[in-house]
Design a protein. Structure first.
Length: 331
């Protein structure tokens, strides 16, 4: 997915220190990427003397961005390409780690009967107006003989996007599951592309001074708990135990969310276990590769953000070392 998640589709993490324990507050929003947070919390993987992880709920894009800009949060677990969106909106975050891949959860849905090549000048709805989404959409439009400058983008929440698509406000939308499924079912929609061919790197972004304020022990325990949760998701969980957790983190209250929806969402996301996590984050290999793809799009549209160096954006060394030490000590 070019943007597997958005400012709407992310976990937010903030940290403060109380006594000997460093408290990390994690905010959950409807998104499959939140699954390890919910699992780690429910299974007690973060219960250590040095770490206290608390989960809070956040709602829309504005509240999330405000929380970051006003420094009520220090870490953001989301699509790594969003580092540019945060910086452009006054929140110069850095990349700490790549934790997974979105491999198809972003969808481009058109209304049946619409010819994409005829959409020059049309308004297209997107769940987030940012560069990762723009790059994903631009690649699709090129296959239809259009450029990204041939259409206008309008950003609304994923839930509102589905409603307005059903109301025929938009001929084409960029959204993600489970909202993409709703758009197809309720709005006579047809999926014309997904992000499986352009996997989007997911991971953890941080405030510039976060690494100076968090101890290696607490940081390592956070990653250790995360990796334990991923191991449960990837290997140990039964479907009977996993489905309710997916439903709790990936759907809105009252939303018609079926087991087929959960399977579709889970199949479009890859959580890194221990070995892929260390391989992808060693010397920033994975994050730098992911950001390079978005940077090419920034150059194409003459964005000044393209001048930000990868070295300034990617700070994986401390996370890699802390996680590695925690995992080694646990064995």
């Amino acid at each position: 997915m070019m943007i597997a998640r958005c400012l709407m589709t992310l976990c937010l993490v903030c940290i403060s220190v109380h006594g000997n324990a460093e408290t990390i507050r994690v905010g959950l929003i409807p998104w499959i990427g939140s699954l390890p947070v919910a699992v780690a919390s429910a299974h007690g993987y973060w219960k250590t003397p040095n770490l206290d992880v608390q989960i809070i709920k956040l709602t829309d894009n504005k509240s999330i961005l405000d929380a970051v800009k006003n420094r009520r949060v220090d870490l953001v677990v989301t699509n790594l390409g969003l580092v540019y969106a945060f910086r452009e909106r006054g929140a110069p975050l850095n990349i700490l780690a790549e934790t997974g891949l979105a491999i198809g959860s972003d969808k481009i849905i058109k209304r049946n009967g619409v010819r994409v090549a005829d959409l020059q000048g049309a308004t297209v709805g997107v769940y987030l107006k940012e560069y990762g989404v723009g790059a994903f959409l631009s690649r699709f439009l090129a296959t239809q003989g259009l450029k990204s400058t041939d259409i206008k983008l309008e950003e609304v929440s994923a839930e509102t996007l589905t409603r307005k698509f059903v109301e025929k406000k938009y001929p084409l939308i960029v959204t993600y599951d489970p909202y993409a499924q709703d758009a197809k079912r309720q709005g006579n929609g047809e999926e014309v592309a997904d992000s499986a061919s352009i996997p989007a790197s997911e991971g953890i972004l941080a405030q510039p001074d976060f690494e100076q304020r968090i101890s290696p022990v607490a940081l390592g325990q956070f990653y250790q708990g995360w990796l334990q949760a991923v191991n449960w998701i990837n290997h140990d969980a039964t479907w009977k135990a996993l489905f309710p957790v997916i439903r709790s983190v990936a759907s809105e209250p009252g939303q018609n969310f079926t087991e087929l929806d959960a399977i579709s969402i889970l199949n479009a996301y890859k959580f890194y276990g221990i070995h892929p996590f260390f391989l992808r984050n060693k010397a920033g290999a994975g994050p730098k590769s992911a950001i390079s793809t978005i940077r090419k799009y920034l150059i194409e549209i003459n964005s000044p953000l393209a001048s930000d160096s990868l070295e300034d954006l990617v700070h994986t060394d401390k996370s890699w070392q802390a996680a590695h030490a925690a995992v080694e000590n646990a064995q």
